[in-house]
Design a protein around this ligand. Structure first.
Ligand SMILES: O=C(O)CCC(=O)C(=O)O
Ligand SMILES: [Fe+2]
Length: 219
């Protein structure tokens, strides 16, 4: 499932990040995808210390976000990378890597883009995700994020004016199977909607959710 997450970054965090961005030494985005013929962008190098500070803010924000916690059941996240698209830059149709050779290595279950540039600051630059025969196009406000399965084919449309800056990351979920994750999300909603008026229902829904999670979680 594809989800827009609101209020991932608060005003204070956005201010802090905007203050850090000029200190990032951007490099050719192909450093991490040397064989790519469709990637034409700039990104912070892995070892960039300013990027590391942005990444920490992004990570903290994502891991405390209540909706993300339910949707992703996050186990780990790759260090976020700040990306920059100037006019003519794009990242054509592709699918994200399955495994990241970080320490420890992680599987990418979910991809996440946190938008950082004002929408009216650039034209083009939509994140477009294929869902069956449909193409879903996203351009969000600074501090909003999109969470989508890493299995999807997606692209960043060419920027034709201005600059698009975003922080991107990948999450490994405790539950690898997207269909199982979806059932846990539905159970969580059922639990919230049921409230506490019927104590037996409350405990049954909690038991179903917790024990399915125990059964399905990677260890
Ligand atoms: O910038 C984005 O929104 C996503 C970029 C992307 O698809 C990637 O870097 O793999
Ligand atoms: Fe991607």
């Amino acid at each position: 499932m594809i989800h827009v997450l609101n209020n991932v970054l608060g005003a204070e965090e956005l201010r802090a990040i905007n203050g850090l961005l000029p200190g990032i030494g951007f490099a050719d985005g192909r450093v991490t995808n040397t064989g790519s013929s469709v990637k034409r962008n700039l990104q912070a190098p892995q070892e960039d210390p300013v990027n590391a500070r942005v990444a920490q803010i992004a990570r903290d924000a994502l891991f405390r976000h209540p909706e993300l916690r339910v949707l992703a059941q996050p186990r780990s996240a790759a260090r976020a990378t700040v990306v920059r698209y100037e006019p003519g830059m794009t990242y054509g149709w592709h699918v994200d890597e399955a495994l990241f050779t970080s320490t420890p290595p992680m599987r990418s279950d979910l991809s996440c883009t946190i938008f950082l540039s004002p929408r009216d600051g650039y034209d083009g630059g939509e994140l477009v995700i294929q869902l069956g025969a449909q193409e879903l196009s996203y351009k969000l406000d600074p501090g909003q994020a999109i969470l989508y399965p890493s299995t999807t084919i997606h692209q960043v449309a060419p920027v034709t004016r201005g600059v698009r800056v975003a922080a991107i990351t990948w999450l490994q979920s405790w539950v690898a199977d997207a269909q199982k994750r979806e059932l846990l999300v539905q159970l969580e909603e059922a639990r919230a909607r049921a409230g506490t008026a019927d104590p037996r229902l409350t405990v049954l829904l909690a038991s179903l959710r917790t024990n399915l999670f125990r059964m399905w979680a990677d260890t």
